[in-house]
Design a protein around this ligand. Sequence first.
Ligand code: GLU
Length: 350
Amino acid sequence: MLRTLVCAMAMTVASLAGDPARAADLPHIVILATGGTIAGAADPRSGLGYNAGAISADALIASVPGISAHARLSAEQISAIGSQDMSEEVWLKLAARIDALDKTADVAGIVITHGTDTLEETALFLDLATRTDKPVVLVGAMRPATAVSADGPRNLLEAVMVAASPQARGRGALVVLNDTIHGARDVTKTDTVSVQTFRSPNFGPVGGVSPDRVVFYAAPASRQSFPSKGGPLPQVEIVYAYAGVDARPVEAARAAGARGIVLAGVGDGNASKATIAALQAAAKAGVVVVRSSRTGAGPVLRNIELNDDELGFVAAAFYNPAKARVLLQLLLANGVTAPDKVQAAFLPTP
Ligand code: GLU
Protein backbone atom coordinates (compact mmCIF):
# COMPACT_ATOMS: atom_id res chain seq x y z
CA MET A 1 0.00 0.00 0.00
CA LEU A 2 2.71 2.41 1.12
CA ARG A 3 4.80 1.36 -1.86
CA THR A 4 1.89 2.10 -4.22
CA LEU A 5 1.42 5.53 -2.63
CA VAL A 6 5.11 6.37 -2.94
CA CYS A 7 5.11 5.19 -6.57
CA ALA A 8 2.01 7.27 -7.30
CA MET A 9 3.59 10.37 -5.75
CA ALA A 10 6.80 9.83 -7.67
CA MET A 11 4.81 9.47 -10.90
CA THR A 12 2.89 12.68 -10.21
CA VAL A 13 6.11 14.62 -9.76
CA ALA A 14 7.69 12.98 -12.79
CA SER A 15 4.68 13.51 -14.97
CA LEU A 16 4.23 17.14 -13.92
CA ALA A 17 7.85 17.83 -14.73
CA GLY A 18 7.95 15.79 -17.89
CA ASP A 19 4.61 16.59 -19.49
CA PRO A 20 5.02 19.78 -21.54
CA ALA A 21 1.24 20.46 -21.53
CA ARG A 22 1.07 20.35 -17.70
CA ALA A 23 4.38 22.20 -17.31
CA ALA A 24 2.89 25.12 -19.28
CA ASP A 25 0.20 25.46 -16.57
CA LEU A 26 2.74 25.84 -13.77
CA PRO A 27 3.47 29.32 -12.43
CA HIS A 28 6.50 31.05 -13.93
CA ILE A 29 9.06 31.91 -11.24
CA VAL A 30 12.10 34.02 -12.05
CA ILE A 31 15.27 33.39 -10.05
CA LEU A 32 17.56 36.38 -9.64
CA ALA A 33 20.95 35.06 -8.50
CA THR A 34 23.35 37.30 -6.59
CA GLY A 35 25.88 34.77 -5.18
CA GLY A 36 26.56 33.70 -1.60
CA THR A 37 27.16 30.33 0.02
CA ILE A 38 24.09 28.87 -1.70
CA ALA A 39 26.18 29.11 -4.87
CA GLY A 40 29.47 28.32 -3.12
CA ALA A 41 31.93 25.67 -4.30
CA ALA A 42 34.61 24.08 -2.11
CA ASP A 43 38.05 25.56 -2.48
CA PRO A 44 40.97 23.12 -2.48
CA ARG A 45 42.97 25.57 -0.29
CA SER A 46 41.55 23.81 2.78
CA GLY A 47 38.96 21.22 3.73
CA LEU A 48 36.62 23.94 5.04
CA GLY A 49 37.12 26.89 2.72
CA TYR A 50 34.86 27.73 -0.19
CA ASN A 51 34.26 30.48 -2.70
CA ALA A 52 30.85 32.16 -2.42
CA GLY A 53 28.98 32.70 -5.67
CA ALA A 54 31.06 30.30 -7.80
CA ILE A 55 28.09 28.26 -9.11
CA SER A 56 25.75 29.71 -11.74
CA ALA A 57 22.01 30.07 -11.23
CA ASP A 58 21.25 27.47 -13.93
CA ALA A 59 23.58 24.93 -12.29
CA LEU A 60 21.92 25.62 -8.93
CA ILE A 61 18.47 24.89 -10.35
CA ALA A 62 19.75 21.72 -12.01
CA SER A 63 20.97 20.50 -8.59
CA VAL A 64 17.47 20.43 -7.06
CA PRO A 65 15.52 17.24 -7.82
CA GLY A 66 11.80 17.79 -8.40
CA ILE A 67 11.96 21.58 -8.54
CA SER A 68 10.40 21.71 -12.02
CA ALA A 69 7.23 20.05 -10.64
CA HIS A 70 6.43 23.30 -8.79
CA ALA A 71 7.14 25.99 -11.34
CA ARG A 72 8.44 26.95 -14.73
CA LEU A 73 11.79 28.47 -13.90
CA SER A 74 14.04 30.99 -15.57
CA ALA A 75 17.20 32.42 -14.07
CA GLU A 76 19.14 35.66 -14.35
CA GLN A 77 22.59 36.26 -12.87
CA ILE A 78 22.49 39.72 -11.26
CA SER A 79 25.86 39.41 -9.49
CA ALA A 80 28.16 36.66 -8.18
CA ILE A 81 29.34 38.00 -4.84
CA GLY A 82 29.50 37.07 -1.19
CA SER A 83 26.92 39.24 0.51
CA GLN A 84 29.54 40.95 2.66
CA ASP A 85 30.14 42.83 -0.62
CA MET A 86 26.45 43.55 -1.22
CA SER A 87 26.13 47.08 -2.53
CA GLU A 88 23.65 49.79 -3.30
CA GLU A 89 24.34 49.15 -6.99
CA VAL A 90 23.09 45.55 -6.73
CA TRP A 91 20.10 46.64 -4.59
CA LEU A 92 19.06 49.15 -7.26
CA LYS A 93 19.49 46.53 -10.01
CA LEU A 94 17.32 44.05 -8.07
CA ALA A 95 14.64 46.68 -7.39
CA ALA A 96 14.55 47.65 -11.08
CA ARG A 97 14.22 43.99 -12.15
CA ILE A 98 11.42 43.40 -9.63
CA ASP A 99 9.56 46.48 -10.89
CA ALA A 100 9.89 45.20 -14.48
CA LEU A 101 8.84 41.64 -13.56
CA ASP A 102 5.85 43.06 -11.69
CA LYS A 103 4.62 44.34 -15.05
CA THR A 104 5.31 41.03 -16.84
CA ALA A 105 1.96 39.21 -16.81
CA ASP A 106 3.48 35.75 -17.28
CA VAL A 107 5.60 36.00 -14.09
CA ALA A 108 3.99 34.79 -10.85
CA GLY A 109 6.82 35.28 -8.39
CA ILE A 110 10.49 36.07 -7.85
CA VAL A 111 13.19 34.21 -5.91
CA ILE A 112 16.47 35.91 -5.04
CA THR A 113 19.46 33.75 -4.11
CA HIS A 114 21.74 35.65 -1.74
CA GLY A 115 24.53 35.26 0.80
CA THR A 116 23.20 35.08 4.33
CA ASP A 117 25.38 37.78 5.92
CA THR A 118 23.45 40.81 4.66
CA LEU A 119 20.35 39.01 3.38
CA GLU A 120 18.16 40.74 5.98
CA GLU A 121 19.22 44.18 4.75
CA THR A 122 18.49 43.37 1.10
CA ALA A 123 15.14 41.87 2.11
CA LEU A 124 14.12 45.04 3.96
CA PHE A 125 15.41 47.31 1.18
CA LEU A 126 13.33 45.45 -1.44
CA ASP A 127 10.33 45.29 0.89
CA LEU A 128 10.36 49.06 1.27
CA ALA A 129 11.56 50.14 -2.18
CA THR A 130 9.37 47.94 -4.41
CA ARG A 131 5.60 47.74 -4.54
CA THR A 132 4.69 44.48 -6.24
CA ASP A 133 2.06 42.12 -4.80
CA LYS A 134 3.89 39.21 -6.43
CA PRO A 135 5.86 37.11 -3.93
CA VAL A 136 9.50 38.18 -3.59
CA VAL A 137 11.39 35.46 -1.71
CA LEU A 138 15.02 35.69 -0.60
CA VAL A 139 16.90 32.48 0.03
CA GLY A 140 20.41 31.49 1.05
CA ALA A 141 22.28 28.59 2.56
CA MET A 142 24.72 28.04 5.38
CA ARG A 143 26.64 25.23 3.69
CA PRO A 144 28.19 25.47 0.22
CA ALA A 145 26.64 23.55 -2.64
CA THR A 146 29.49 21.04 -2.61
CA ALA A 147 29.28 20.24 1.16
CA VAL A 148 27.89 17.04 2.68
CA SER A 149 24.24 17.80 3.59
CA ALA A 150 24.25 21.08 1.69
CA ASP A 151 21.13 22.99 2.74
CA GLY A 152 20.95 25.13 -0.40
CA PRO A 153 19.05 22.75 -2.72
CA ARG A 154 16.24 22.20 -0.22
CA ASN A 155 16.09 25.89 0.70
CA LEU A 156 15.86 26.78 -3.00
CA LEU A 157 13.09 24.22 -3.57
CA GLU A 158 11.14 25.67 -0.62
CA ALA A 159 11.71 29.25 -1.78
CA VAL A 160 10.27 28.32 -5.20
CA MET A 161 7.28 26.66 -3.51
CA VAL A 162 6.64 29.83 -1.49
CA ALA A 163 7.07 32.11 -4.52
CA ALA A 164 4.57 29.93 -6.43
CA SER A 165 2.02 30.05 -3.61
CA PRO A 166 -0.95 32.43 -4.07
CA GLN A 167 -0.95 32.87 -0.27
CA ALA A 168 2.46 34.54 -0.47
CA ARG A 169 1.03 37.43 -2.53
CA GLY A 170 0.84 40.87 -0.95
CA ARG A 171 3.24 40.05 1.89
CA GLY A 172 6.24 42.07 0.70
CA ALA A 173 9.66 40.47 0.73
CA LEU A 174 9.92 37.11 2.50
CA VAL A 175 12.94 35.08 3.62
CA VAL A 176 12.92 31.26 3.40
CA LEU A 177 15.55 29.02 5.00
CA ASN A 178 15.40 25.76 6.92
CA ASP A 179 11.66 25.12 6.37
CA THR A 180 10.74 28.52 7.82
CA ILE A 181 9.23 31.67 6.29
CA HIS A 182 10.10 35.06 7.80
CA GLY A 183 8.92 38.61 7.12
CA ALA A 184 11.53 41.13 5.94
CA ARG A 185 11.09 43.56 8.83
CA ASP A 186 11.93 41.25 11.74
CA VAL A 187 14.17 38.51 10.33
CA THR A 188 17.83 38.51 11.33
CA LYS A 189 20.86 36.23 11.14
CA THR A 190 21.62 35.04 14.68
CA ASP A 191 24.28 32.33 14.38
CA THR A 192 27.57 32.28 12.48
CA VAL A 193 27.34 28.64 11.36
CA SER A 194 24.04 26.94 12.27
CA VAL A 195 21.53 26.11 9.50
CA GLN A 196 18.86 27.43 11.91
CA THR A 197 20.44 30.88 11.89
CA PHE A 198 17.52 33.05 10.76
CA ARG A 199 15.04 34.09 13.42
CA SER A 200 12.39 36.73 13.83
CA PRO A 201 13.13 37.67 17.46
CA ASN A 202 10.23 40.02 18.06
CA PHE A 203 7.26 38.63 16.17
CA GLY A 204 8.27 35.09 15.18
CA PRO A 205 8.21 33.49 11.72
CA VAL A 206 5.17 34.03 9.49
CA GLY A 207 4.92 30.50 8.10
CA GLY A 208 6.55 27.21 7.30
CA VAL A 209 7.21 24.81 4.43
CA SER A 210 6.79 21.05 4.55
CA PRO A 211 7.53 18.70 1.65
CA ASP A 212 4.02 18.99 0.23
CA ARG A 213 2.78 22.44 1.26
CA VAL A 214 3.34 26.04 2.24
CA VAL A 215 1.51 27.25 5.35
CA PHE A 216 1.20 30.84 6.58
CA TYR A 217 0.12 31.32 10.17
CA ALA A 218 0.44 35.10 10.40
CA ALA A 219 -1.74 37.61 8.56
CA PRO A 220 0.08 39.81 6.02
CA ALA A 221 1.81 42.73 7.81
CA SER A 222 0.93 46.30 6.85
CA ARG A 223 3.46 47.66 4.37
CA GLN A 224 5.22 50.97 3.89
CA SER A 225 6.62 52.10 0.58
CA PHE A 226 9.61 54.40 0.05
CA PRO A 227 10.99 54.15 -3.50
CA SER A 228 14.75 54.42 -3.94
CA LYS A 229 14.46 57.29 -6.45
CA GLY A 230 17.17 55.56 -8.46
CA GLY A 231 19.97 56.31 -5.96
CA PRO A 232 22.56 57.20 -4.88
CA LEU A 233 21.11 56.66 -1.41
CA PRO A 234 21.90 59.24 1.30
CA GLN A 235 24.83 58.40 3.56
CA VAL A 236 23.82 56.92 6.92
CA GLU A 237 26.45 55.58 9.33
CA ILE A 238 26.09 53.24 12.29
CA VAL A 239 27.87 54.07 15.56
CA TYR A 240 28.36 51.11 17.89
CA ALA A 241 28.20 51.77 21.64
CA TYR A 242 30.42 49.95 24.14
CA ALA A 243 31.85 50.50 27.61
CA GLY A 244 34.20 53.46 27.39
CA VAL A 245 33.03 54.78 23.98
CA ASP A 246 33.64 58.51 23.58
CA ALA A 247 32.53 61.14 21.06
CA ARG A 248 35.00 60.19 18.32
CA PRO A 249 32.89 57.65 16.36
CA VAL A 250 30.03 60.19 16.09
CA GLU A 251 32.44 62.94 15.10
CA ALA A 252 34.03 60.66 12.47
CA ALA A 253 30.58 59.88 11.01
CA ARG A 254 29.79 63.59 10.78
CA ALA A 255 33.18 64.43 9.28
CA ALA A 256 32.57 61.72 6.64
CA GLY A 257 29.36 63.53 5.61
CA ALA A 258 26.66 61.38 7.19
CA ARG A 259 23.15 62.78 6.83
CA GLY A 260 21.90 60.22 9.30
CA ILE A 261 23.43 58.32 12.21
CA VAL A 262 22.03 55.13 13.72
CA LEU A 263 23.17 54.37 17.25
CA ALA A 264 23.67 50.64 17.89
CA GLY A 265 23.18 51.42 21.52
CA VAL A 266 23.69 49.42 24.65
CA GLY A 267 20.50 48.06 26.24
CA ASP A 268 17.53 50.27 25.46
CA GLY A 269 19.45 52.26 22.83
CA ASN A 270 21.71 54.15 25.20
CA ALA A 271 25.39 55.20 25.17
CA SER A 272 27.94 57.13 27.24
CA LYS A 273 27.32 60.78 28.12
CA ALA A 274 30.03 61.83 25.64
CA THR A 275 28.37 59.91 22.79
CA ILE A 276 24.89 61.19 23.62
CA ALA A 277 26.19 64.78 23.75
CA ALA A 278 27.86 64.32 20.36
CA LEU A 279 24.65 62.86 18.92
CA GLN A 280 22.63 65.73 20.35
CA ALA A 281 24.98 68.21 18.64
CA ALA A 282 24.59 66.24 15.39
CA ALA A 283 20.78 66.30 15.64
CA LYS A 284 20.88 70.05 16.29
CA ALA A 285 22.93 70.47 13.12
CA GLY A 286 20.28 68.59 11.06
CA VAL A 287 21.69 65.06 11.07
CA VAL A 288 18.87 62.57 11.68
CA VAL A 289 19.76 60.47 14.74
CA VAL A 290 18.01 57.12 15.30
CA ARG A 291 18.55 55.10 18.47
CA SER A 292 18.56 51.31 18.00
CA SER A 293 20.02 48.57 20.19
CA ARG A 294 22.88 46.11 19.86
CA THR A 295 20.98 43.54 22.02
CA GLY A 296 19.27 41.76 19.10
CA ALA A 297 15.68 41.78 20.34
CA GLY A 298 13.05 44.01 21.89
CA PRO A 299 11.93 47.54 21.04
CA VAL A 300 13.68 50.86 21.63
CA LEU A 301 10.83 53.24 22.47
CA ARG A 302 10.73 57.01 22.90
CA ASN A 303 11.51 58.83 26.13
CA ILE A 304 12.23 55.78 28.30
CA GLU A 305 15.93 55.88 29.24
CA LEU A 306 16.59 59.07 27.34
CA ASN A 307 14.46 62.15 26.69
CA ASP A 308 14.15 61.92 22.90
CA ASP A 309 11.88 64.98 22.78
CA GLU A 310 14.61 67.11 24.33
CA LEU A 311 17.53 65.49 22.49
CA GLY A 312 15.86 65.53 19.05
CA PHE A 313 16.31 61.78 18.53
CA VAL A 314 14.16 59.09 16.90
CA ALA A 315 13.58 55.69 18.54
CA ALA A 316 14.07 52.72 16.18
CA ALA A 317 11.31 50.58 17.75
CA PHE A 318 11.85 47.03 16.41
CA TYR A 319 14.41 47.81 13.70
CA ASN A 320 17.90 46.51 14.48
CA PRO A 321 20.78 48.87 13.63
CA ALA A 322 21.46 47.51 10.12
CA LYS A 323 17.76 47.61 9.26
CA ALA A 324 17.27 51.04 10.83
CA ARG A 325 20.01 52.29 8.51
CA VAL A 326 18.16 50.93 5.43
CA LEU A 327 14.85 52.52 6.45
CA LEU A 328 16.53 55.84 7.27
CA GLN A 329 18.35 55.89 3.91
CA LEU A 330 15.06 55.42 2.07
CA LEU A 331 13.28 58.03 4.20
CA LEU A 332 16.03 60.58 3.51
CA ALA A 333 15.91 59.68 -0.21
CA ASN A 334 12.22 60.58 -0.12
CA GLY A 335 12.82 63.89 1.66
CA VAL A 336 11.53 62.68 5.04
CA THR A 337 13.86 64.39 7.52
CA ALA A 338 11.73 65.89 10.31
CA PRO A 339 12.23 63.73 13.44
CA ASP A 340 8.45 63.34 14.01
CA LYS A 341 7.93 62.14 10.42
CA VAL A 342 10.91 59.79 10.65
CA GLN A 343 9.56 58.52 13.97
CA ALA A 344 6.18 57.80 12.39
CA ALA A 345 7.84 55.54 9.81
CA PHE A 346 9.73 53.59 12.48
CA LEU A 347 6.67 53.10 14.65
CA PRO A 348 3.54 53.65 12.56
CA THR A 349 0.44 54.04 14.71
CA PRO A 350 -1.92 51.09 14.07
N1 GLU B 1 29.83 35.62 3.66
C1 GLU B 1 29.19 35.00 2.56
C2 GLU B 1 27.88 35.68 2.15
O1 GLU B 1 27.17 36.25 2.94
C3 GLU B 1 28.93 33.58 2.82
C4 GLU B 1 27.91 33.36 3.92
C5 GLU B 1 26.62 32.82 3.38
O2 GLU B 1 26.22 33.02 2.25
O3 GLU B 1 26.00 32.17 4.15
O4 GLU B 1 27.56 35.59 1.00
